[in-house]
Design a protein around this ligand. Structure first.
Ligand code: ATP
Length: 221
C-alpha cells in the first residue's frame, strides 16, 4: 500500500503540531510557509519544507499540490489569505482539504468553499475544557455526531464499585454501551457482563449525549 501524502500550508502552532504528529505516524509531509524562520524549524522534521507564498497559484502548482491526498490549510490570522488559498487548492482539484478557521464567519466561508473538515482549535479546546470542568468525572469525550458521543468516565462512586455490569443493569438503566474499561495501564476491551468495576476504573461508553451527561451526573459524589 502506498503511503498517504500530506501538504500543510502554514506552520503556526496548529500547523506545526499537525506536521509533527503526521511525521511521527510515518506519513510523508510537505510543509509550505512564507516565513523562512518557520521553515527552518521544520527542515529536519518534514519530508520537504518549502518557503513560498501560498497565495501565488504558481507556488501551489510548482509543489504539485493536486497530487497530495490531503491538504491542511493552517493559516490563521490572515483570513483573506486563508480563503484565497482554500479556493485555489479546491480549484486545483485537491480531494481532501482540512482548514483552520479563526471565527464562525470564517468557518462558514470555508464550508461553502467545499472544505471537508473545518477546525476551530481554540473554540473546540475551550468547549472540551469547559465540559470536563463541569463534569469532573468525564475525563474526555469524542463527538460522533451532534448528539452521540464516546466518553471516558471515571468510576469513583460507591454505587458502582464492586458491582458487575449485569448487576448494574448498565445498558437498560443508563442507555449506554460500555466499550472498554480502563484500569491503570490495562484496557479491557468489550468487557463481559460479569466484569466487576473497581475504584478508579474509567469506563469508555458510547451513547446519546443526554444519556452520557445523565450518567455522569448520577454517579457524581
Ligand atoms: P497558530 O494559532 O496555529 O499558532 P495562527 O492562527 O497565529 O497560528 P498565523 O500565525 O496567522 O496563524 O499563520 C500560521 C502560519 O501561516 C505562519 O507561520 C505564517 O507565516 C503562515 N502564512 C500566513 N500566510 C501565508 C501565505 N500566504 N503563504 C504561506 N504561509 C503563510
Amino acid at each position: 500500500m502506498t503511503k498517504e501524502t500530506f501538504a500543510i500550508i502554514g506552520l503556526g502552532r496548529f500547523g506545526g503540531s499537525v506536521c509533527e504528529t503526521l511525521v511521527q505516524g510515518g506519513a510523508e509531509v510537505l510543509v509550505l510557509d512564507k516565513s523562512e524562520a518557520r521553515i527552518n524549524n521544520y527542515k529536519e522534521i518534514a519530508t520537504q519544507a518549502i518557503i513560498g507564498d501560498a497565495q501565488d497559484e504558481n507556488t501551489l502548482k510548482s509543489i504539485g499540490i493536486r497530487n497530495f491526498d490531503h491538504v491542511i490549510i493552517a493559516i490563521g490570522e490572515d483570513i483573506q489569505a486563508s480563503i484565497l488559498v482554500t479556493l485555489m487548492v479546491k480549484e486545483l482539484g485537491v480531494k481532501h482539504v482540512t482548514a483552520k478557521a479563526q471565527n464562525k464567519y470564517h468557518a462558514k466561508v470555508l464550508k461553502k468553499l467545499g472544505v471537508d473538515k473545518v477546525v476551530h482549535p481554540e473554540k473546540e479546546m475551550g468547549i472540551r475544557i469547559g465540559k470536563s470542568l463541569l463534569s469532573q468525572n468525564m475525563l474526555d469525550y469524542l463527538d460522533l455526531s451532534p448528539n452521540v458521543l464516546i466518553a471516558e468516565i471515571k468510576v469513583s462512586n460507591q454505587k458502582l464499585v464492586g458491582q458487575t455490569l449485569v448487576e448494574l443493569n448498565f445498558r437498560n438503566r443508563y442507555r449506554l454501551n460500555v466499550i472498554a474499561v480502563k484500569r491503570q495501564d490495562e484496557i479491557i476491551i468489550s468487557p463481559q457482563a460479569a466484569q466487576e468495576l473497581q475504584f478508579d476504573d474509567s469506563l469508555l461508553v458510547v451513547g446519546k449525549t443526554k444519556d452520557v451527561e445523565h450518567f455522569s451526573s448520577v454517579i457524581a459524589d
